[in-house]
Design a protein around this ligand. Structure first.
Ligand code: SF4
Ligand code: SF4
Length: 206
C-alpha cells in the first residue's frame, strides 16, 4: 500500500517538474530566426565555407596534405614563391585550387599549416546545389570573377535580403584591391631578380 502511494507521489512530482520547465519556456522570449530574411548570428570563430587569397598561395600542397578527407585539389604549372616585399607569390601559375564541399567537414585543419596564411574559414554557412558536382568549388574560377569565396545560389538573386546584399558587397570590396594580383596568380609570373644579381649585372654592362 505504501509503495502504491509512493508511486503516485513520484508520478505527480515528475509531471510537475516537467511542467515547470515547459512553462518557463512558454513565457521566454522567442529565439526563432526568420532565416534567410534575417541574418543568422555567427560567432567570431565560426568555420564556414573558406575564403582563399590566391595571390598569396604558393601551391605548396600543405593544406591538401593536412586535410583528413582529401577534399582539396591543387594544380600548378611550376614552383611559386612569396615575394616578401609585395606579399604576393610569383612563379608558376595556380591552375586549380578546388575544395569538394560534399566531403569537407569544416575542421579547419587546412588553415593552420598554410605558410602564407592564405586559406581561411569564411562566414557563409550554407550552400545549396542540384547535384554533387556543384558542391566542388573551383576557387581559381572565382578568382577570375574577383571573388575569394563562393556565393550561395539564393544569394545571387536580385531580391536577396539586404543583409545578404551587404555581405556580398563586403566580399567584393575585400577582394577588389587585390584583383590584379589575383588574375596574375592564374598566369606564370617571373620571380623578381635578387637585388645583388641585378646590381652586378648592371655593373658588368657599364
Ligand atoms: S593555401 Fe596555403 S597551404 Fe594551401 S597550397 Fe596555398 S600556400 Fe600552400
Ligand atoms: S576544413 Fe577540414 S575537411 Fe575541409 S578542406 Fe579543410 S582540412 Fe579538409
Amino acid at each position: 500500500m505504501r509503495e502504491y502511494f509512493r508511486n503516485i507521489y513520484l508520478t505527480l512530482k515528475t509531471i510537475l517538474i516537467g511542467m515547470r520547465i515547459t512553462l518557463r519556456y512558454c513565457f521566454a522570449d522567442s529565439v526563432t530566426v526568420q532565416y534567410p530574411d534575417m541574418a543568422p548570428v555567427l560567432q567570431p570563430r565560426f568555420r564556414g565555407f573558406h575564403y582563399y587569397e590566391i595571390e598569396k598561395c604558393i601551391a605548396c600542397d600543405m593544406c591538401a596534405k593536412a586535410c583528413p578527407v582529401d577534399c582539396i585539389y591543387i594544380e600548378k604549372t611550376g614552383p611559386r614563391k612569396l615575394d616578401k616585399e609585395t606579399g604576393v607569390a610569383v612563379g608558376g601559375a595556380v591552375t586549380r585550387y578546388a575544395i569538394d564541399y560534399s566531403k569537407c567537414m569544416f575542421c579547419a585543419l587546412c588553415t593552420d599549416p598554410c605558410p602564407t596564411d592564405c586559406i581561411h574559414m569564411g562566414n557563409i554557412h550554407d550552400m545549396s546545389g542540384y547535384d554533387r558536382q556543384s558542391m566542388i568549388v573551383e576557387f581559381t574560377e572565382l578568382a577570375k570573377q574577383g571573388l575569394q569565396t563562393p556565393t550561395p545560389l539564393w544569394m545571387r538573386k536580385d531580391r536577396a535580403p539586404e543583409w545578404a546584399q551587404a555581405r556580398k558587397r563586403e566580399w567584393i570590396e575585400r577582394a577588389q584591391p587585390k584583383r590584379e594580383a589575383m588574375l596574375k596568380a592564374l598566369t606564370e609570373q617571373k620571380p623578381p631578380a635578387p637585388a645583388k644579381k641585378a646590381e652586378s649585372a648592371a655593373a658588368a654592362t657599364e
